[in-house]
Each structure stands twice: as C-alpha cells, then as structure tokens.
Design a protein around this ligand. Structure first.
Ligand code: MLT
Length: 194
C-alpha cells in the first residue's frame, strides 16, 4: 500500500502481471493518491490472475463469483484503516474482476476505470443499481478481448445502473496514449483533481 491524499485507488493487474505492474501508470494519473495494489491469488501456469480460466477456454464462473466475494471481504477489512469509497483501475483480467466488485458492492467504490474488459457472466445480478461512473476503454482489434465482449459489458453495466463512458481505440490488447488521455479526463470529470 502506498500512502497519499484524496481518493484511494485499488489497482487490479492483468494476467501474468503482479502488484507492481500498474503502479507507475497509476502514479502518472493520480500522483498523490493512496494506492492499494494486491496480487491476484489464482495461478494459471504460474501466472497470477483473479479468477480461474479453463485450459480449453472459457471462465470458471463459480470461481469468478467466489474470488470477487473474497476480494470484497478483504477490501472491507482494509477500508477500516483506509476509508472508502475507493476508485478502481483494472486492466484485462483485473478489469474483469473489478466489474464484479462494483456490481456486488458499489457503496465501497467511487467509480472504476476498466481497461480492455469484457462481459464475463451475462447472468450476473446486482443487489442494487451500481449508480457509479465507469470508464471502459477497448481496442477495436484486441485479439484477447474481442470488441464484442466490451460492447456487451457496456450494455450490461448501463442496464445495471452504471454511468458508462465507452472509448474505443484503433488498438489491440495493449494500452495507447489515447487510453491514458481519456482516463485523465474521466478522472478530472468524475473524481475531481484528486
Ligand atoms: C486474460 O486476462 O487472459 C483475458 O484478458 C481475460 C480474462 O482472463 O479475464
């Protein structure tokens, strides 16, 4: 955990990365914010991630929901010392678990930036309207997260009451300067200059 002032940011890395991966770019975006950056607890061929993916493809939805609930418990603990609501920044697999955290407990979060995310469980229910700002950025030619998955996620989040901004780039799975620029503007509009 990195100390700071203003809205704390929870960083959720992508598959095969770790707790250090998103810290530099988060520091660029929110130079003074407190940062909480855990490592995913699920291992896939030694690579850390947030929920299980089957070797033949497809996701273990039971694990997706279990790991999200597990993370919520952990976040509730930490928020005793570092009160929320927190903002979330997730990339790829991290963005996909961030979506489920937001669905489960929007009260714990001020909003979420979802870089290269997709709809994982079309049947996921929300106990209450999300009613939080969400930025979703996607690559039109992403070979790992096809744009259709992002379009489905935007529709699902809107249906569940999130205020979604959806930015699509002529890009693949990697981030572009455009992703960062749009994210900077979204933070200023939705979370103040914090
Ligand atoms: C990955 O991270 O491998 C894919 O982008 C999606 C996911 O597994 O959540």
């Amino acid at each position: 955990m990195l100390p700071g002032t203003g809205t704390p940011w929870l960083l959720l890395h992508g598959t095969g990365a770790d707790e250090h991966d998103l810290v530099p770019v988060a520091r660029e975006l929110v130079p003074t914010a407190p940062i909480i950056s855990p490592r995913g607890r699920v291992l896939e061929n030694g690579m850390a991630r947030w929920f299980e993916r089957y070797p033949q493809g497809g996701f273990n939805l039971a694990d997706y929901h279990f790991r999200a609930a597990e993370l919520i418990e952990w976040i509730e603990e930490i928020q005793h010392e570092l009160p929320g609501p927190w903002a979330m920044l997730g990339y790829s697999n991290g963005a996909n678990i961030a979506t489920q955290l937001l669905r489960l407990r929007p009260d714990l979060f001020a909003g979420a930036v979802l870089w290269r995310a997709m709809l994982i469980d079309p049947l996921a229910k929300v106990p209450q309207p999300i009613a939080r700002p969400v930025l979703l950025t996607s690559g039109e030619f992403d070979p790992i997260l096809p744009i259709e998955g992002a379009i489905e996620l935007e529709a699902s989040l809107r249906r569940d009451g999130a205020e979604v901004e959806f930015a699509r780039f002529d890009a693949g799975h990697g981030l572009t300067p455009g992703d960062l620029m749009v994210t900077q503007g979204w933070i200023a509009r939705n979370l103040g200059s914090e």
